[in-house]
Design a protein around this ligand. Structure first.
Ligand code: 5AD
Ligand code: SF4
Length: 469
């Protein structure tokens, strides 16, 4: 039994991180024979990719996936801590599982992901959700097989959460969601400690994967016919800083570009670590897509300072302008409204910044206090009604620019990676290089290919088009 601890989670040691290969104890290959698992994933692409690893491990133990929770022998929740509503969803799900377990006491229930790293969550599980079989955190994903084995022998709640990030584990089995586009981790954790954010506590210190391991993974993906990779990290722009003297994200992108994978994306960028050199690398390489997600969070220097973001609106705009000079680039962002003490004037500075940048799209959030973060200790005297009003105003503006940016694409032709059948009857869907969703009519043989699509109709959140050529 190991429960989470924030003192340890906050520490950043500068010791070299060990890199080891995944191994599973012998005899676990058949643990899942005849058994089904149900996995629910909350949160960001990191979590989605962790779930691909979870599925990979369950696969080699011969579990079968079911999308019907009622048919499962094993239920796993891969959780997210970023805002209160992600929490509520996972606890709501635990409530439903509790009922299910009353009628099927033999099912095994496990909770993992970021919420498992939270002291308060683990306490609540111990008190109110004792039916859970085991909890494991983001630093010991690879222990899933052995924890599962234990829980088959002993049904009591087992909590195994490490608060100090451990080794980097390579070659964890993976079952990818897509045959055409793949997530590739390049850096784990975050050392930025923005004052509102729980991630540096739930995901630990910044640790870059070795460039050789990343490139090897991508070369394999190319061999398997993948068309697109997304390099993943909480802050990809910090890549290499903990590992190399002079090998950064820019150099990594150049090397990835040489693998000839047709499309390369990277998320998420922190403006602080975004160099001019990187801007040039994006500008000069066709397979490094012209798409940057660059969270700004606020347009007020005072709020940015209180958030611990380490840049000003002026320096953000400078970087933004430099990126915008890349032809055809799409830039998206994240914005928080209602940070403790944010005045109406400060919020209006955010609107001004949006009017300046005209983002292609944005994720917008009401500030949500997170356990143990510095901002959660600040006085928050803005009413929920006011916060909702600000979010509404912001969204109106963001949507106006999203629609405008989509309308600018009308009657022009773009390359789209066709991913599958659309939820729109009889249509296919895919994404442009700038990550815009396009629906169009076409033969299913196009799935997995990059095709030219002429845009015929533009909405706020998607486009309609037709195949040309
Ligand atoms: N409250 C609201 N939004 C948050 N984000 C991170 N932490 C919080 C919080 N406590 C948002 C930021 C970040 C995105 C992933 O989630 O905008 O960029
Ligand atoms: Fe959180 Fe800031 Fe790190 Fe992003 S950069 S994960 S917002 S601490």
């Amino acid at each position: 039994m190991q429960i989470p601890n924030y003192e340890k989670a906050r520490k950043r040691s500068h010791e070299k991180v060990l890199i080891r290969k995944f191994r599973m104890d012998e005899g676990l290959e058949n643990l899942g024979l005849g058994k089904k698992f149900f996995l629910k994933t909350y949160g960001c692409q990191m979590n989605e990719h962790d779930s691909e690893n979870i599925k990979g491990m369950l696969n080699i133990m011969n579990f079968q996936e079911t999308l019907d929770m009622n048919k499962a022998d094993l239920i796993l929740l891969n959780t997210c801590s970023i805002r209160e509503n992600a929490h509520n969803k996972a606890f709501g799900m635990l409530g439903r599982i509790k009922h299910l377990k009353e009628s099927k006491p033999n099912i095994i229930v496990a909770l993992c992901g970021c919420m498992a790293q939270e002291v308060g969550v683990v306490e609540e599980i111990k008190q109110k959700y004792k039916f859970v079989n085991f909890v494991f955190g983001t630093h010991n994903l690879d222990e899933l097989p052995s924890l599962l084995k234990k829980s088959f022998h002993d049904s009591r709640l087992n909590i195994e959460v490490k608060s100090i990030e451990g080794d980097i584990v390579e070659e964890i089995p993976v079952k990818r969601e897509s045959k055409y586009k793949a997530y590739v981790n390049i850096i784990y954790g975050c050392d930025k400690f923005c004052t509102y954010c729980i991630v540096p506590y739930t995901r630990g210190g910044q640790r870059s994967r070795k460039k050789e391991d990343i490139l090897e993974e991508i070369r394999e993906l190319v061999k398997e016919g993948y068309q697109e990779v997304t390099l993943l990290g909480q802050n990809v722009n910090a890549y290499g800083k903990d590992l190399y003297e002079d090998y950064t994200l820019a150099e990594l992108l150049l090397d990835v570009s040489k693998t000839n994978i047709p499309r390369i994306r990277f998320i998420t960028s922190h403006p602080w670590d975004f160099t001019e050199n990187l801007v040039e690398v994006i500008r000069n390489h066709d397979n490094i897509l012209n798409f940057v997600h660059l969270p700004v969070q606020s347009g007020s220097n005072e709020i940015l300072r209180k958030m611990g973001r380490r840049y000003t609106k002026e320096s953000y705009k400078k970087l933004y302008d430099s990126l915008r000079s890349i032809e055809g680039i799409s830039i998206t962002t994240d914005i928080i409204v209602g940070f403790p003490g944010e005045t109406r004037e400060q919020f209006e500075e955010t609107l001004e910044l949006v009017n300046y940048c005209k983002f292609d799209s944005a994720f917008t959030f009401i500030y949500s206090p997170r356990e143990n973060t510095p901002a959660s200790k600040l006085k928050d005297d803005i009413s929920l009604e006011e916060k909702e009003q600000r979010l509404y105003e912001l969204n109106e503006l963001i949507n106006k620019y999203s629609k405008k940016s989509n309308e600018d694409m009308l009657n022009k032709t773009y390359k789209v990676l066709v991913e599958g059948e659309s939820i729109k009857e009889g249509m296919l869907f895919g994404y442009t290089e700038t990550n815009k969703l396009v629906n169009f009519k076409g033969n299913k043989d196009n799935i997995g290919k990059i095709v030219d699509i002429k845009i015929l109709d533009a909405k706020s959140f998607s486009l309609d088009g037709e195949i040309v050529g």
